[in-house]
Design a protein around this ligand. Structure first.
Ligand SMILES: [Zn+2]
Length: 214
């Protein structure tokens, strides 16, 4: 079996989105592109996250042909592939149906940059891509267009997509977008949502790239 570390990372992240309640049931999907190769590893369609094993993770080429795997790949395979094709800097994509981000996706409102961690990890308001049905090529196109060179995008009436240099970073983007959406709604009930300014966002994001031990 090839790309064991990538398979493990995809499986670990898939279990995380379920355990962290970012998706109900078998919804959502996770993929990671293999470094310096035109392959990606993606979760299978409609499979219980609790029972998923590394053998269930599917190896695809960039034309969505199954290279290794018994199962049908995620319904949103085209969404993942289109993101990788348009963003050479991205190696991880996580798609979730989390509650608070979904509220913004339904209200057709972008998630504002109101917390320092939103500025640090995402660095831009999370905009809503125009509605397109799940699994459609149109959804992939709309999401890629609205995502641009950003880290996250909302899918109208559907959910959230986070991207990163690997699946761990993409998951962190989803977690921060979800938390920001929740705090924004609570702040609204208190009467005011004050957004961070562009200059502070840029400085916070830049400083964050040097944060931590690495
Ligand atoms: Zn979905």
């Amino acid at each position: 079996m090839r790309y064991l570390q990538d398979r493990k990372a995809v499986l670990r992240t898939a279990r995380e989105i379920y355990e962290q309640k970012l998706v109900p049931g078998t919804w959502g999907n996770v993929s990671q592109k293999v470094k310096n190769e035109s392959f990606l590893l993606i979760t299978p369609s409609g499979m219980d996250y609790r029972l998923m094993t590394i053998e269930d993770i599917i190896l695809l080429d960039m034309d969505a042909n199954v290279i290794e795997g018994e199962h049908k790949p995620s319904i949103e395979t085209q969404l993942h592939i289109h993101i990788y094709k348009s963003r050479p800097d991205v190696r991880g994509v996580v798609h979730v149906h989390s509650t608070y981000a979904s509220a913004f996706a339904v209200a057709n409102k972008s998630i504002p940059v109101i917390l320092e961690e939103t500025a640090q990890v995402i660095g831009h308001p999370v905009e809503v891509a125009p509605y397109a049905r799940c699994g459609s090529l149109d959804l992939a196109h709309q999401a890629v267009r609205t995502l641009g060179d950003g880290q996250a995008v909302l899918l109208a009436n559907h959910g959230l997509v986070g991207v990163g240099v690997d699946v761990e970073q993409a998951l962190n983007v989803c977690n921060i977008a979800e938390k920001t959406a929740m705090v924004s709604l609570y702040a609204n009930t208190l009467g005011q949502v004050k957004e961070l300014g562009r200059e502070d966002i840029d400085i916070l994001r830049q400083e964050f790239s040097c944060y931590g031990q690495s």
